[in-house]
Design a protein around this ligand. Structure first.
Ligand SMILES: [Zn+2]
Length: 79
């Protein structure tokens, strides 16, 4: 993971601004849904992406109206 070195203070409601250069480099849209996870003392922000309906990993394919990952698609013989 690459550290960018940005420091931001939370406001009184716990908000902060993600620098525009970071938003652009990650191709955030306006009102980008973000997934917030905690790993020990770290907060991880991820663009919310569809999750596989079978295993919960990031899904990259649509099949019969469901999001599936490549491995699960292969498991049902669709790849
Ligand atoms: Zn899967």
């Amino acid at each position: 993971m690459k550290a960018t070195g940005y420091v931001r203070k939370l406001d009184h409601l716990g908000r902060f601004v993600i620098p525009g250069s970071v938003r652009r480099s990650l191709e955030f849209t306006d009102h980008q849904p973000l997934l917030i996870a905690v790993d020990g003392d770290r907060i991880i922000l991820e663009k919310e992406t569809p999750r596989c309906a079978v295993c919960g990993e990031r899904a990259t394919e649509d099949f019969a109206g469901k999001h599936l990952c490549v491995e699960c698609l292969a498991g049902i013989g669709r790849l």
